[in-house]
Design a protein around this ligand. Structure first.
Ligand code: XMP
Length: 479
């Protein structure tokens, strides 16, 4: 990474402060760019989903891992629930998506309540032997349907049924020939395995799932620094977590260093990430305590109020540059955590030296996030909240006495409720992953890189004014 004409600014920078200068490039196709990372997370695209309750659930975890990313389950999830989520993710098919599955006696109301968790927009009706017998489509908004009808009378025939080991390209071609949206995939006994849309079949040819040594989807889990951290960490690894994130808002504190050292000494056999820090000293202390990945970011998150409450934090691009250089000296890596709102931010995080960008709130507004889908006059939305908000703190301290709960809630540093719009153009996290990975692939070709380390090495950056940033924004609605 270098700055245009050697003009390295003497103040800290955010993603919005920067532009990338096109280099002479021999690259011909975006598809020749390898987006995989080398930090032990297994990601084949540089995306990790933040350990936030409103974002990182089982549906998000399987969907993102299937496209090569990684989801970190929040530390607030009880250990038995985390174990069930991990087991679910590990049992998922690498190509077929998991549909909503209902019986013929279930009601339309059940189907319509569950289908919005699926971007593919269907529920599969099965018989008592788990053999698919019909489909229920998501009702169009405003469409008058009888919610009390049973699915036996409401289901439509399945247009395409194929074996689950059919090559995705053949699934795509069969769907085009049949003029159908969705194929139902079954095993040798005709039992339901999953579903695949045309886009899903196309994506299966573009992305590499993030898989463990046994070929199952990967999932990570976070542990806090309070309580028996080693026991919690061990339980998560025994449940199958592939990577642990030892996480607290102020990662450069003694309690973090002792908790992290203890987890590292337990030698649990998975990569350890820890954070959050924003300085060279902080990154080195976490690497020396046993982290191989340092999570960087104090205050850039969309749900954070830390900077306004405390004045503490650091513009994110500079924080990532400094911590990435320090982590590299110690043989480690960094994740750029927070403030990612456009594909360009992921490219800039990689340019700064991060192996992965961590995304939270942007992915809250998708069908795969755990919250309920709401609709108002402006369209669909989901509710997100910060992990240091009054709401999250109250949930975390639910077992405490009323006095302690009330006392803790005075010290919130996050937004308790924010409506995150579901973008009608990109309602699924997979649409956002397409959007981000296509942006980052293109950044690589503009900079003459075919891998992410090359992007970091070759990128030339310039500092722009607010007007420069505004100039780059497309004009909504045209002239
Ligand atoms: P985005 O911008 O993707 O950032 O939502 C995700 C990261 O934000 C952090 N986070 C918080 N920070 N108060 C904070 O100061 C909070 O309540 C809060 N909740 C999340 C966290 O690092 C996450 O990964």
């Amino acid at each position: 990474m270098r700055f245009l004409d050697g003009h390295r600014p003497d103040h800290d920078l955010t993603y919005d402060d920067l532009f990338i200068v096109p280099n002479r490039s021999a690259a011909t196709s975006r598809f020749d760019v390898d987006l995989s990372t080398d930090d032990g997370s297994g990601t084949t695209i540089p995306l990790v989903v933040a350990n936030m309750t409103a974002i990182a659930g089982k549906r998000m975890a399987e969907t993102v891992a299937r496209r090569g990313g990684l989801v970190v389950l929040p530390q607030d999830v009880p250990l038995d629930a985390a174990a069930r989520t991990i087991e679910h993710v590990k049992s998922r098919h690498l190509v077929a998506d998991t549909p909503v599955v209902l019986g013929a006696d279930d009601l339309m109301a059940n189907a319509q309540a569950l289908i919005p968790k699926r971007a593919h927009g269907y529920a599969v009706v099965v018989d008592h032997d788990a053999r698919p017998i019909g489909l229920i489509a998501r009702a169009a908004a405003g469409h008058d349907i009888d919610m009390f009808t049973d699915l036996r009378s409401a289901m439509t025939p399945i247009p395409v049924t194929l074996s689950a080991d059919t090559d995705p390209r053949s699934v795509f071609d069969t769907l085009v020939d049949a003029n159908a949206d969705l194929a139902v995939l079954t095993d040798a006994d005709g039992r339901l395995v999953g579903v695949l849309t045309r886009t899903g079949a196309l994506r299966a040819g573009i992305y590499q799932p993030n898989v463990d040594s046994r070929g199952r989807l990967r999932v990570a889990a976070a542990v806090g620094i309070n309580g028996d951290v080693v026991a919690n960490a061990r339980a998560l690894v025994e449940s199958g977590a592939d990577l642990l994130v030892v996480d607290t808002a102020h990662g450069h504190q003694e309690k973090m260093i002792s908790a992290l050292s203890a987890v590292a000494a337990a030698d649990l056999g998975v990569p350890l990430a820890a954070g959050n820090v924003v300085s060279r000293r902080g990154a080195l202390d976490l690497i020396n305590a046993g982290a191989t990945i340092v999570k960087v970011g104090v205050g850039p998150g969309a749900m954070c109020t830390t900077r306004m409450m405390t004045g503490v934090g650091r513009p994110q691009f500079s924080a990532v540059v400094e911590c990435a250089a320090a982590a590299r000296e110690g043989g480690g890596h960094v994740w750029a955590d927070g403030g990612i709102r456009h594909p360009r931010d992921v490219a800039l995080a990689v340019a700064a030296g991060a192996s992965n960008a961590m995304v939270g709130s942007w992915f809250a507004g998708t069908y795969e996030s755990p919250g309920d889908l709401h609709t108002d006059a402006n369209g669909e939305y989901k509710v997100s909240f910060g992990m240091a908000s009054k709401r999250a703190v109250a949930a975390r301290s639910a077992g405490d006495n009323a006095y302690d709960q009330a006392r803790r809630s005075l010290f919130e540093e996050g937004i308790s409720s924010s409506r995150i719009r579901v973008d009608p153009e990109r309602p699924s996290v997979e649409d956002l992953i397409d959007h981000i990975s296509s942006g980052v692939r293109s950044t690589a070709t503009y900079t003459g890189a075919t891998t992410l380390p090359q992007l970091h090495e070759k990128v030339v950056l310039g500092v722009q004014s607010a007007a420069g940033f505004a100039e780059g924004r497309p004009l909504p609605g045209g002239w």
